[in-house]
Design a protein. Structure first.
Length: 358
């Protein structure tokens, strides 16, 4: 059996940047939202607070090395970093830039371009845009040249053969994604000597996208959205710890979402499966957040096992399984140890990988 390569999606927003200072206040990082979270009903697990790694700053080599060491210890193959590019302007890039300059950080990695507007509502929509995502043929060329020169050429970058793996979060936002992909592939092959690119489309916002229709090589299941499809309406007044009586909490049935994900009929195109530890983004969105109920390390372990055992690698290099996410703390969605569960999610990951690899 070809060994599965688990890749954990990684959020770099754990260091201050000038833009966040201006928009949210001096010194803002993702920890700002995490630490101010409060329980919204009796038994609600908030705030999610880090255990082993503490409130790290990803500008620090020690923090990045500690993340890599922990991931290696529990069988994670590599990280998929979110990449933010706005017509040549990059944000939240400091952790990656420092890694690229540091040979001690030997952990494999790839990028996923979070190609949507950066808005005050954290939803990528057009209300109150802080950084607008726009597209042009000129930017397509500049972006891919920058990636090939500075990132894809790195020996640690995850590839399928001599094809760098690059994911797009929302393909539907491009004016002509087929044209963009064609130009990207030309640059990678003709100007930089790669055999090609290995391009993946994320199934974000519950969209099942056939990658072959657009010129991608494969799709990646975005499990964080898959497990929050089922609404459960519950009024706050049922609970004793509510401060704003009568407000409706947006509950989602995590267990049902997992069952549906497991039962999914697999398509005839290349699809990399994904699993999610838990979900609760009320730390980030407050009363407008979504709280998924029913998650646990045991459920995560069962889900991971069923997905992993049902996956047949497409080749010796095409054997990825995505975990979404490594450190989305403000979404209550993290493999990193927390004060409630400790290493339970990491132990579950290691246990499953040990089982399937014999």
């Amino acid at each position: 059996m070809t060994k599965i390569k688990p890749i954990a999606i990684h959020l770099p927003q754990f260091h201050p940047i000038p833009e966040n200072d201006a928009w949210w206040g001096k010194g803002f990082t993702e920890w700002t939202n995490v630490t101010k979270a409060q329980p919204r009903f009796e038994g609600h697990y908030q705030p999610h607070l880090p255990a082993d790694l503490g409130f790290y700053d990803l500008r620090l080599e020690e923090a990045r090395l500690a993340q890599e060491a922990l991931a290696k210890q529990y069988g994670i193959y590599g990280f998929c970093y979110y990449h933010y590019w706005f017509n040549g302007k990059r944000v939240l890039n400091e952790p990656l830039d420092r890694k690229l300059q540091n040979p001690k950080e030997d952990f494999p990695f790839m990028l996923c371009w979070a190609n949507e507007n950066w808005t005050r509502a954290w939803d990528g929509k057009d209300n109150d845009v802080l950084l607008k995502q726009s597209y042009s043929p000129e930017d397509d060329l500049a972006h891919m040249r920058w990636l090939c020169s500075n990132v894809f050429s790195d020996s640690r970058y995850i590839k399928v053969g001599n094809k760098p793996v690059f994911a797009i979060y929302r393909q539907e936002l491009f004016p002509d994604i087929k044209k963009t992909i064609h130009s990207w592939r030309q640059i990678a092959k003709e100007e930089f000597g790669f055999d090609d690119l290995y391009l993946c489309v994320m199934e974000s916002f519950n969209q099942h996208v056939n990658p072959n229709d657009y010129g991608f090589d494969a799709a990646i299941e975005f499990s964080a959205h898959q497990v929050i499809r089922n609404k459960v309406e519950v009024k706050r007044k049922r609970f004793s710890l509510m401060k704003h009586n009568g407000e409706t909490i947006d509950y989602r049935d995590f267990e049902l979402g997992v069952a549906q994900a497991i039962a999914r009929t697999l398509p005839d195109y290349k699809l990399y499966r994904s699993v999610t530890p838990s979900w609760d983004n009320s730390a980030r969105k407050g009363s407008k957040g979504i709280v998924a109920v029913g998650s646990s390390p045991e459920l995560y372990e069962s889900w991971l096992y069923k997905v992993a055992t049902g996956f047949k690698a497409y080749s010796n290099d095409e054997n990825f399984l995505f975990i979404n996410a490594w450190n989305e703390w403000a979404e209550g969605n993290h493999l990193e140890p927390c004060t409630k569960y400790g290493h339970a999610y990491l132990e579950a990951t290691k246990k499953v990988l040990h089982k399937i690899e014999g």
